[in-house]
Design a protein around this ligand. Sequence first.
Ligand code: FPP
Length: 248
Amino acid sequence: MSLKEQIDLTKLPKHIAIIMDGNGRWARQQGRNRIFGHTNGVKCVKTTSEACTELGVRYLTLYAFSTENWYRPAAEVSGLMLLLLKTIKAELKTLLKNDIRLRVIGDMSVLPKGVVKELNEAVANTANNKRMDLILALSYSGKQEITNAVKKIVAQVKEGKVEEKDINEDLITNNLYTAGIPDPELLIRTSGEQRVSNFLLWQLAYAEYYFTDVFWPDFKQEELYKAIVEYQNRERRFGKTSEQLVTK
Ligand code: FPP
């Protein structure tokens, strides 16, 4: 049976989050520059999004640029921004055709104006699409997101809209960038690194983590299927015992 056939479509993760790592090392292995790695990484963004849409995954969140990534060499940062701009322009038609809604999480205010304009247009044009939400984390960090949520809540308290007794997990969840989006059940990180690197810190509390040595530009559809099959073979207990889990 192929890996794809091993996937139980009735037990798909609704939301998959991916830390796309290893573009630089993949390029270096071939004696090429880092942007060559990122350019090839974009191809895998496309194939992975298509594969998730085809399977029926409802949300896909990709860590495309962290707040820490701003400290990379200026040429790499501008190369990545240009790649992002070109990709959004080139792929808008495909997003519309495939009924994919583009969303962005992170601090958009620090992105180059041209990128923000292109992103806002694509986000607005795809807002009514229903098949899958493709969420790009851009200039994103989990700590920054939580800090931002705290500030928003304090402002609501000051305005008298929220009282101390109202402060609970739901309120915090609803003030994150991801408000209204269910938490990911599966986190994938490529390239052999085993960290979350400030990604979706609140939302990944109960996710299954899947680490693979494959570099992101080599993350083809089969690699995605492998991750989903492994996820489906894990027992998600949420703090309970195996015996307490209701089995079919
Ligand atoms: C990590 O590899 C990758 C990134 C920091 C950027 C990811 C960006 C893309 C795949 C392209 C742009 C995305 C979209 C959605 C159009 P790395 O550079 O950290 O690799 P290394 O650890 O081997 O150096």
